[in-house]
Ligand binder design. Structure first.
Ligand SMILES: [Fe+2]
Length: 449
């Protein structure tokens, strides 16, 4: 059997292959029915290695230590059939097994090995894209990966638009905003519901401070998110950032309550604390508070969730956000537990980013906690020396900026003008001077006095 892009699939079930094609299309499109399609593939052929691997990967994408047992079941089922599988399918299994235990560098190597021979394997391409983004923070590698594959695609092939969307995002994170917008618009012209491409263009607008245009951009594409996963809440977060920088504070709080913290997606039934939702929510509340906007008791529900996720390091960038919630709710004993769990993970996990936990994630969490306690010197001294490694936590420029804002705020309150100037100068390098977020512009005024 061959899938829609010509890859051999080890199964005798046409229904299984059709469902795998549908799974891939839904996954790339951030649609909630991806789980439904992969379940249909497994029902058609429970032994199919690709179906088990894709189901395992979709489960891993929930980025929750609580679902790893379900991933293990998929790995066991795939291994039972691996002897008769193709090399490509076996490499998917190698990648899933490595990802499961946090050996993300090995998972990336396996996906790249697939792409070297099968550049049209959209699942491998998108999973590698995801991993470069969240586990390496290396935009150059992310861009190189997608461009290597793109050169071997025919624009007439189904799914080509998704590759353009990935390239758009990789270009944006590399600072190539013109190319990012061009490729993003080209992807959307092919598929108006390509949320990753819509998102890439929103990032360009964020970095270029096109606030009014950005808010309208997200609103104009709201209809495309009707069948979307929680990623639609991340787009709502981007809209909230545009509103925030446009000074529309009332609208930001309204967006927070109705869209950003919205947990109504079927994807998170039974898991109401998806990593991206938490990152969105915590970072937005922090940004509001840094601009002296009271947020009431909105931290409480996040802190409740944070307590339950202490010790979960599947997506490292989330952990400082858990700390934001615990510290904001002044649950200091829990902040100690969170730090202790991070130290333990750094020492014993064997994850490929274990050293990053020790070098960057723990300082970031300590910075956030000290900032909340108004220990300005400590907040700055913990993270400022390693600030250029924050990128290793993963996430986008727009997302990581919250940690820079916390440092800048600590520097301003603590009277550390030299460090404050350095931070503002460094942020200015990635954005046009007049497009700095409000907090840095305030800091700039402080430095001028
Ligand atoms: Fe984003």
């Amino acid at each position: 059997m061959r899938d829609a892009l010509g890859h051999e699939v080890t199964t005798s079930s046409r229904d299984c292959v059709a469902a795998l094609d549908a799974t891939q299309e839904s996954y790339l499109g951030f649609r909630v029915d991806a789980a439904q399609h992969v379940n249909a593939a497994l029902k058609a052929d429970p032994a199919c290695v690709m179906a088990n691997c894709l189901k395992g990967c979709l489960t891993m994408l929930l980025s929750n230590a609580g679902v790893l047992g379900a991933v293990d079941q998929r790995i066991a089922a795939a291994e039972a059939s691996a002897a008769t599988a193709t090399k490509r399918e076996r490499l998917h299994l190698v990648a899933l097994k490595a990802w499961r235990v946090g050996r993300n560098d090995e998972a990336l190597a396996a996906w790249e090995a697939i792409l070297a021979e099968h550049p049209h394997d959209l699942a491998a391409l998108r999973l590698a894209h995801f991993s470069y983004f969240w586990t390496t923070g290396d935009a150059r590698r992310m861009r190189s990966s997608v461009e290597r594959a793109l050169g071997r695609w025919d624009p007439a092939m189904p799914g080509y638009g998704f590759v353009l969307g990935m390239q758009a995002f990789a270009c944006e994170e590399s600072g190539d905003y013109v190319e990012a917008e061009r490729q993003g618009l080209a992807a959307i012209a092919r598929n108006p519901a390509d949320l990753w491409a819509i998102h890439a263009v929103a990032h360009v607008m964020e970095m270029q401070a096109r606030h009014g245009e950005g808010a309208s951009w997200v609103e104009a594409h709201r209809a495309a998110t009707a069948e979307a996963t929680n990623f639609k809440f991340h787009l709502a977060w981007h809209r909230a950032l545009f509103l925030l920088e446009g000074g529309r504070i009332g609208d930001v709080l309204d967006a927070y309550d109705r869209e950003v913290r919205d947990l109504g997606s079927p994807l998170v039934a039974g898991q109401p604390d998806l990593y991206i939702d938490v990152q969105n929510a915590a970072a937005l509340l922090m940004r509001l508070e840094l601009l002296d906007v009271p947020v009431g008791d909105r931290w409480t529900e996040l802190a409740d969730k944070a307590e339950k996720r202490i010790g979960d390091h599947v997506v490292l960038f989330t952990v400082p956000h858990w700390m934001m919630a615990l510290a904001a709710a002044e649950r200091w004993a829990k902040t100690d537990e969170l730090l202790a769990a991070m130290r333990d993970h750094a020492a014993r996990s064997g994850a490929s980013e274990a050293d990053v936990v020790a070098r960057v994630a723990i300082p970031a969490a300590e910075c956030v906690r000290a900032h909340r306690r108004r220990e300005w010197d400590r907040a700055l001294s913990s993270l400022f020396p390693v600030r250029h490694e924050i990128v290793r936590l993963g996430g986008s420029h727009a997302q990581r900026d919250i940690l820079w804002q916390v440092m800048a705020d600590a520097a301003a309150h603590g009277g550390h003008m030299r460090e404050l100037r350095q931070l503002v100068d460094e942020v200015t390098r990635s954005r046009p001077p007049r497009s700095l977020p409000t907090l840095y512009r305030r800091a700039g005024q402080l430095l001028a006095t």
